[in-house]
Write a protein that binds this ligand. Sequence first.
Ligand code: FES
Length: 121
Amino acid sequence: MWLRAAKKIAVARRGSSGTASDFIALSSTCPHLGCQVHWEASHSRFFCPCHNGAFNPEGKAIAGPPAEAGQSLSAYPLKIEGGVLFIEAPLERLDNQGRSLAPPEMPYAGIKSGRFLQGGR
Ligand code: FES
């Protein structure tokens, strides 16, 4: 059995205090119609190319249909334990063919030095 994040998540570091507040984890799925957003460093924003939606670094919609509808990028809770950053995000189980077996769960998954670790609640 395999697990994968049910949503693509963008994680950014915004401080160096050594706490979870140094980081932000946002869904990279546009809340308008589900296209993938990407970071535009030159404009300091997430941009959705499908309908020109834009989001500030905190995930708040600032332009396009998401802003008109008040739809921001979903943010996921974070915590740091033992030097590992944990993200509480939906996971889904996959069979050995990569097909989804069950609806998403919400355990914490950890990232340390760019490596994905499975965590618990
Ligand atoms: S899907 Fe992103 S703006 Fe429409």
